[in-house]
Design a binder for this molecule. Sequence first.
Ligand SMILES: Nc1nc2c(c(=O)[nH]1)N[C@H]1C(S)=C(S)[C@@H](COP(=O)(O)OP(=O)(O)OC[C@H]3O[C@@H](n4cnc5c(=O)[nH]c(N)nc54)[C@H](O)[C@@H]3O)O[C@H]1N2
Ligand SMILES: Nc1nc2c(c(=O)[nH]1)N[C@H]1C(S)=C(S)[C@@H](COP(=O)(O)OP(=O)(O)OC[C@H]3O[C@@H](n4cnc5c(=O)[nH]c(N)nc54)[C@H](O)[C@@H]3O)O[C@H]1N2
Ligand code: SF4
Ligand SMILES: [Mo]
Length: 766
Amino acid sequence: MSQLDRRMFLKVLAATGATPALLAAQDSSGGGRTDAVVWKRTPCRLCDVGCGMLVGIQDGRAVAIKGDVDAPANRGLACVKGYYAVQALYGSDRIRYAMIRRNGTLVRVPLAEAYDVIAARLRATVRQHGRDSVALYGSGQWSLTDAYVAGKLWKGALGSNHIDTSTRLYSASARAGASGSVGVDGPLGSFADIEHADVVVLWNHNIAETDPVLFSRMLERRRTNRLRVIELAARTTRTSYGIDRSIRYAPHAELAVIHAICHEIVARRQVNREFIERHVAFRKGSTAVGYGLEGEPITPDVPAAASWKEYVNFLGAYAARKSEPITGIAPEDITWLASLYADPARKVLSVWGSALNQHARGTWVNNGLHNIHLLVGKIAAPGNGVLPLNGQPGGAAAVHDAGSEPGSLPRGDVRNAADRELAARIWGIDARRINARPGRSALAIFRGLERSDVRFLWVHGTNPMVSLPNLARYRRAAAGDSCFVVVSDAYPTATTDIADVVLPAAWWLEREAVYGDAGRRLQHSAQMIQPPGDAASDAVHMIEIARRLGFARLFPWTAATHVEQSWNEYRRFHAHPATRLPSLAALRGGRGMLWPAGSSETAWRCNTAHDPAADKRRGQFDFYGHAEHRAWIWLRPYQPPAETTDARYPFWLASGTVLEHAGTGSLTRRIPTLHRAVPGAYVELNARDAEELGIGNGTRVRLISRRGSIELPARVNVRSQPARGQVFVPSFDEHVLVNMLTLDACCPLSGQPDYQKCAVRVERVT
Ligand SMILES: Nc1nc2c(c(=O)[nH]1)N[C@H]1C(S)=C(S)[C@@H](COP(=O)(O)OP(=O)(O)OC[C@H]3O[C@@H](n4cnc5c(=O)[nH]c(N)nc54)[C@H](O)[C@@H]3O)O[C@H]1N2
Ligand SMILES: Nc1nc2c(c(=O)[nH]1)N[C@H]1C(S)=C(S)[C@@H](COP(=O)(O)OP(=O)(O)OC[C@H]3O[C@@H](n4cnc5c(=O)[nH]c(N)nc54)[C@H](O)[C@@H]3O)O[C@H]1N2
Ligand code: SF4
Ligand SMILES: [Mo]
């Protein structure tokens, strides 16, 4: 640090009274300039909590960051990723210019030339092979207006429904489950339920590392107000050490655990009969649904009415003692869990992350968790309810609403004529242009490369050549040259490695945006700095391509004002109080609003005291998303996983997240401090398994599944410890690809891959 930098550092410290985590000591361009640091408000973009941050801008650079004490999500806190987030803007290998592959290497070209090539190729592909030969794979990293522009370009302009996003990988089952159970997707409550609850039950959710700021809110509440936090988990993690009680259960056993708890609640007559009679109906669905291993992994469900009596009979098979061989949970613990959920004096919040959704029956698991809460009438009220914490910064009920999913329109469903007409009216197109058949979901897009059905693919803000399951299959598919691939990203990735054209993406702070989070809060993020080189928002790139394709009339927006213009158009789809979107003016400069929101926000949906769309004549709750205004308890059986362990592959492999990295590490590996803290992937083993195999901390081991093998160092009881017979590998490392091992089985109702159940063998590397 130079003399001047150090002085600035101390000055900022003194001026703010807080500790800015970073001053741009690595900045070489700043020279001797000493403009004051100006603090500006924005949400953090490195996970779904969406913490409110204050970013220090000086000389056109983001040089410091600290938590915003008035931000509702974090109240001044931030995790280590947040504190270093601005460094991810300045990695030396940032993509600044468009590139086109020539003779095997990507070479820099003027942006207009890249646009011309993309547009020509897209036009030619549609002409030659039809609109079903082009696909777009977008991202939970997107701003809502990026998603809106993408949906309009693909569905409204090109007439192709082959568009999906990486949200498929983390929240699809939660959304399908909530829609089936309570008729609306996205959480009914919000993060504020943490402070209202008496008990939080974490379901296989290592929240200490995945949503650390929310975990600290729980711990604070536990310290001051005797909130009890318990977990049901397959692995002992940092979360387990900080809470009241941790119960182990067997991999994939969720549905059996849930039904065992419900059986106990019914057997002990702890059901909330009044709530059931007034607000609940029963449903069963298709049961021979398979594992989504080929073709389009999503199959439609066929719901049929069921009765209370049928439900009680159904639960009979899951009595605690009977289901113990599947659940691995002692009957007295099931009784204890049931009494926690049912106790009329306690408000209970169930919380889970994406790992629970990454389940071959993920939609059913989500239905089941709603079942417990519906049975005891603890839902959609302060401190009572379910809170799935879903993934990437785009969050839960945000990106997919903008019409960027294969079956969705900005409002409604492509299969519904009235929804198509609404979209056509707002877009100013002929309704017949919109395809009435849902398109390919994420895995189906990449399966489409296998047989050359997809010949043009545009990937934005996601790194599928690292993050897809059964990766060898999709890398093989992408290696063929029948598909033209465009990739928009801020950094080179394993996916830009397969691109024919690369476009430079503006990231956080470099563009205006509206972002969602996992708790239904919409937040505005202003542009604070210039993007590097030719980088621009994903929407701007798409608008330029649309113009070149002759759709200028549909996208009459300028680079400077496209966010407001497209947001205002998107809002026209949501004039109804159940989904109303606030104006940009209401979001700008504020700390966000809980969607749906007009002039005020909606704290608890479907609760008639809070939700303007709910009808008070129906009592305390109105589940208006279902035509009969009732929530549904689903009779969804336990079924075995797509793959199980055996003598050759005796270990269960689970994979996921570490505190220091986000996603596939594209951003966090450019943050030197985080990269050095956790430079690469490793495999965690149970200490006794490790001892039996002669493996110690640091031993190099080989993991072998039915699909591939990887080599990596072992970790024994360092940070977390899997149960016996299980191993865990973080999925951020593009050099050690856990997805060479995983299976691409899916929940057939949501299309979300089951990353968590795969059988492996563990060998010492000699
Ligand atoms: N084995 C295994 N695999 C998994 C998982 C697992 O648990 N186990 N988890 C799955 C889950 S939950 C997820 S979410 C995925 C994550 O997988 P991906 O979505 O593939 O990973 P990210 O690293 O989040 O990718 C985001 C990319 O977008 C870029 N980016 C960020 N913002 C923008 C933007 O605004 N525009 C553009 N164009 N680019 C941007 C970043 O540089 C980064 O390269 O991985 C999945 N894969
Ligand atoms: N620091 C950080 N935070 C993040 C992210 C990040 O990349 N970094 N990403 C965000 C995103 S995109 C997502 S989707 C969420 C993910 O959030 P979570 O879903 O909480 O993710 P994980 O910690 O990856 O997985 C949770 C746990 O589930 C266990 N598990 C689940 N099912 C099974 C099973 O059948 N068997 C076994 N043995 N274990 C199982 C895994 O061992 C793991 O400990 O986190 C978000 N927050
Ligand atoms: S918890 Fe998430 S949103 Fe908050 S600072 Fe950390 S990475 Fe950012
Ligand atoms: Mo995710």
